[in-house]
Design a protein around this ligand. Structure first.
Ligand SMILES: Nc1ncnc2c1ncn2[C@@H]1O[C@H](COP(=O)(O)OP(=O)(O)OP(=O)(O)O)[C@@H](O)[C@H]1O
Length: 630
């Protein structure tokens, strides 16, 4: 690599292990260690000759301790594994895998200093490194002796400034460790693989192990927000769901939700982490730790969910447009669907979801496989295959409001994602959480609660119908004669007349690393994505869906409908406990068990925050397939 366009590197001569001479250097983008101590030699200036060479993003900390003979210089970093066991014996094998970083650099535009790049360019550069040479990272600690204290102090200060590039180092982190998340190894993973990296970066840690279900919720309600820069969740998505809800229930919810929730993957699905780091690296503990240390704040859309409380649960399905079979409560004058005026007063629970809502097969996969927790995310595959065999219908009514921002047209969705990737996500570089629609903090329901009637007059018994078929991709197993031919206005509630095996809805693309269920989900677009698997697709349809699950192309399957809506309501037609339902009926909200009862969902006015190394989810755009699946 030539440095024609780059400023002269900052190099300092050091000795390692008290004897071996070396040089540590950095420029505007890279840090490297070479075996020569001749600071003006060509070799020292050339990172391609280095034993270890990493992007500056992977420098965690550096410091200098002066003494009478000069001083000790410490650099802590993440690096790809070399053939050496220890960086303190770096010269036995000259060729290390770390030098491949420089190969990656060849393909990147040359820049003098990455601080001159836009956030998007910086992220793309980091991504190129992390998907290339730095896929596997481990913690290295370089301890070197220097002869002159003055130069070392300046060198350290400058390296640290470049390594953090405007971000605040030494973050104060509240760390919650869920000892029963996923395969139950969170404690061990944290102590052995995460804590050393966070400590090497000088983070101030306040570690707490969760002791019971809902403990996270309690902690979030009482946490002294101003004492921390982020809350780390060494866990799966379940703990994030609790923290989100704990923050949202506080009187200072808007402020509390701004404290970034940062996942460290120690659960089963680890959906949030997979979206932040990408499906290949979603379980990478070193990268997740780096995200906690150097991630940029990123707004995270959340959904408000309402469900009827207690007795109202059974009745609301009736008031809200459900059918007679849904009513589990004894019949009374109050159950008269005409007596709608009483419905809005029915009590309901309101809570928040950031990942997914599911009923039918996908809820069964999520919640019906708890006993297989020790298998990690393999349990979802086994659960799905069992659902393929049983091939049962999910008897529900689904009402949706597309609204101005919703659509069932995937061409429109793709274009929105493209525009967002090119412009939108980078407008919010400071992570201020500005919604596309300008609404930042309204926690009120814009589309009403689940207990309110959706339709009036005749529409109660025969609601307007909306076909879920995409006009830009009309390849479906549904017969063309299926109603309706004309869609109702997008601003009104209407019913999807399709019989389904599962409804799965969400706000982030990957729900697990092998399932990109919502490829066109976007933060801040005011909609929630819904995927419906048509029951008519049968076992073959369900099996076929496995093929496109990882790539997101599953939404183009002939037995899948995919829509973006501003709000939706699901009303089960069978009562909880019915023998035809798996385990008596399962509703999964962010992978958590909720009552088998109607639920209504809309995108919340409040946003949460997370941290992202790339300023966005690390998810590739999903194109339309060349041909429909056979
Ligand atoms: N000490 C504890 N004992 C029992 N349950 C706990 C404890 N601490 C936390 N929990 C609960 O564990 C549940 C599951 O945790 P988590 O979501 O982290 O794992 P997971 O379900 O395996 O992962 P994922 O959600 O990514 O699939 C959470 O709902 C949380 O309330």
């Amino acid at each position: 690599m030539t440095n024609d366009t780059q400023s002269a590197p900052h190099t300092i001569s050091v000795s390692l292990e008290g004897a071996k001479s070396a040089a540590l250097s950095f420029d505007g983008t890279l840090f490297w260690l070479t075996r020569s101590n001749v600071t003006d030699s060509k070799d020292t200036r050339d990172p391609s000759k280095a034993f270890t060479c990493i992007p500056l993003d992977l420098i965690l900390d550096c410091s200098f301790v002066e003494d009478s003979d000069g001083g000790s210089l410490y650099v802590r970093l993440l690096a790809p594994p070399s053939q050496q066991a220890s960086p303190l014996f770096p010269f036995a094998k000259v060729k290390s895998r770390a030098s491949a970083v420089v190969d990656t650099e060849h393909t990147l535009p040359k820049v003098a200093d990455r601080s001159s790049l836009s956030a998007k360019e910086r992220s793309e550069r980091l991504l190129a490194h992390l998907e290339g040479a730095c896929q596997k990272l481990r913690l290295l600690k370089i301890e070197a002796r220097v002869a002159s204290g003055e130069k070392a102090r300046d060198w350290v200060a400058e390296l640290l400034a470049k390594a953090y590039c405007g971000l605040k180092p030494y973050r104060r982190l509240k760390v919650l460790v869920n000892p029963v998340g996923g395969p139950g190894k969170a404690r061990q993973l944290f102590q052995q693989r995460v804590r050393p990296i966070l400590e090497a970066a000088g983070c101030k840690l306040d570690v707490q192990v969760t002791e019971r279900v809902q403990h996270g919720l309690q902690i979030a309600k009482e946490l002294k927000i101003e004492d921390y820069d982020a809350i780390l969740l060494v866990s799966g998505d379940g703990l994030a769901h609790e923290i989100l809800n704990g923050f949202a229930q506080r009187p200072d919810a808007a402020k509390a939700l701004k404290l970034p929730m940062v996942p460290i993957p120690a659960g089963s699905g680890n959906g949030l982490c997979v979206n932040l780091l990408g499906p290949e690296q979603g379980f990478n503990l070193a990268l997740a730790s780096l995200n906690a240390i150097k991630g940029q704040p990123m707004p995270l859309d959340i959904c408000t969910v309402t469900q009827p409380k207690g007795k109202a649960r059974a009745r609301s399905s009736r008031y809200g447009g459900g059918t007679a079979e849904a009513v589990a409560a004894p019949s009374s004058s109050q159950d008269d669907p005409v007596a709608l005026s009483g419905a809005p007063e029915l009590p309901y629970d309101q809570y928040y979801s950031f990942l997914s809502q599911g009923i039918g097969l996908m809820a069964d996969v999520d919640l019906g496989t708890e006993h297989l927790r020790a298998l990690g995310d393999t349990r979802f595959v086994l659960g799905y295959l069992s659902g393929v065999i049983s091939n049962t219908e999910c008897p529900v009514d689904i009402d949706v409001k597309l609204g101005e921002r919703g659509t069932k047209n995937k061409k429109v969705m793709r274009e929105k994602v493209k525009t967002f990737n090119e412009t939108g996500q980078w407008e919010d570089e400071d992570g201020s959480g500005t919604h596309e629609n300008g609404e930042v903090s309204a926690s009120t329901l814009r589309h009403g609660a689940v207990t309110e009637a959706l339709y009036v007059g005749e529409a109660q018994s025969s609601p307007p119908l909306l076909s879920g078929v995409d006009p830009s991709w009309p390849h479906t197993i549904l017969s063309p004669t299926q109603p309706p031919s004309q869609d109702p206005p997008s601003g009104s509630w209407c019913r999807l007349p399709h019989s389904i095996s599962t409804l799965y809805a969400g706000k982030i693309p990957f729900v697990a690393r092998d399932l990109m269920q919502f490829p066109y989900a976007l933060p801040g677009d005011g909609t929630v994505d819904i995927a419906l698997q048509l029951h008519e697709g049968g076992r073959a349809g369900k099996l076929r869906a496995i093929n496109g699950a990882e790539t997101g192309s599953v939404v183009y399957d002939r037995a899948v409908l995919y829509l973006k809506v501003e709000a939706y309501r699901v009303t089960p037609r069978l009562a909880q406990g019915d023998a035809r339902l798996k385990k008596g009926g399962l509703v999964s909200i962010d992978g958590e068990h909720r009552p088998y009862a109607p639920f209504q969902v809309e995108v919340a006015g409040l946003q949460a925050r997370t941290l992202s190394l790339f300023g966005r989810f690390n998810v590739r755009e999903v194109p339309q397939p060349a041909a429909p699946t056979q």
